[in-house]
Design a protein around this ligand. Structure first.
Ligand code: NAP
Length: 284
């Protein structure tokens, strides 16, 4: 069992879950991807993050196949609605599509993927309807910066937002300056996406960094494991690394056993300093 993160609505989820972007799009590796998801769940990564956007539903369909026959109550299922579907009757239809592809009758968490044209009050109204009807157990947002969160908080039901899913990895720490403290104060959990900087591609040299390599060697672990252990170090964060390979997925689950000491955290701060001023929200 992995460490669990307690959420404001009384539920909890494992600190490391599984992302699914780009999965389910290539027949040739489908069996490997299915095995990875299932083995990851077996290792405790029972939170699955997907979106209607990913492969136009292909990732949700892959999950549907992977989860068949599993105990639904042991899973924490997250999907996201596209901005263009975030209002009117479109959201209900979009959610129905996601549920059908995933083969379940409700989601644990439904996220507004990023802000679009619909007024925020309209989107919150539709999310609340779906929550009251039991089609989603909770809702949250994604790619919201502090001004967006403040706008949300000013709406009567905006404060029901449980999670903000944003990009966060060792090489991109901008949210630590003001967004993350705001979220902690208002008990909005951080779900960090791209926790491995897309295998280091979003921050050149990350996987090869000497400081991270030394820390990894000291823990008999890999650099990706250290990046994940760092990501969830405060006990309130959920990281959602994605892999198409069972061996990587199991390695990612194993990161949960690593606690970085003060000296190691200082060394990482030296290599990748925390922000000293407000930065634009990093996105993918
Ligand atoms: P990521 O998890 O940072 O990196 C994925 C890459 O890392 C893949 O290329 C994978 O390759 C590699 N990898 C995984 N585990 C590894 C390991 N142990 N050793 C070496 N390489 C490893 O990137 P991401 O998929 O963009 O982000 C994670 C998830 O966040 C997504 O899948 C998605 O669910 C979510 N997301 C949300 C948003 C949003 O706007 N809300 C945006 C981006 C992502 P292999 O397949 O070869 O292992």
């Amino acid at each position: 069992m992995l460490h669990r993160v307690k959420l404001r609505n009384g539920t909890e989820a494992p600190a490391i879950g599984q992302g699914t972007w780009y999965l389910g799009e290539n027949r040739a590796v489908r069996e490997r991807e299915l095995a990875g998801i299932r083995q990851g769940i077996g290792a405790g990564m029972t939170l699955l993050d997907t979106a209607e956007m990913y492969g136009n539903g292909a990732a949700e369909s892959l999950l549907g196949e992977a989860l068949r026959g599993m105990n639904r109550e042991k899973l924490y299922l997250v999907s996201k609605v596209l901005p263009g579907n975030a209002g009117g009757t479109r959201m209900r239809r979009a959610l129905a599509g996601s549920l059908s592809r995933m083969g379940v009758s409700e989601l644990d968490l439904y996220l507004y993927h990023w802000r679009g044209q619909y007024p925020l009050s309209e989107t919150v109204g539709r999310l609340e309807e779906l929550r009251r009807e039991g089609l989603i157990r909770a809702w949250g947002v994604s790619n919201f910066d502090i001004e967006d969160m403040e706008e949300l908080w000013a709406l009567p039901e905006g404060r029901h937002c449980l999670v903000n899913q944003v990009l966060y990895h060792t090489g991109s720490r901008g949210i630590e300056y003001s967004l993350l403290p705001w979220m902690r104060e208002h008990e909005v959990a951080l779900m960090s996406y791209c926790p491995l900087a897309q295998a280091g591609n979003l921050r050149r040299g990350l996987f090869e960094n000497e400081v991270l390599r030394e820390i990894a060697a000291a823990h008999q672990a890999s650099v990706p494991e250290i990046l994940l252990a760092w990501n969830i170090r405060d006990g309130h964060t959920i990281a959602i690394p994605r892999s198409s390979r069972p061996e990587h997925t199991l390695q990612n689950a194993a990161a949960d056993r690593i606690t970085l000491c003060e000296e190691e955290l200082r060394a990482i701060d030296w290599a990748y300093p925390a922000p000293t001023r407000k930065q634009y929200l990093d996105m993918q």
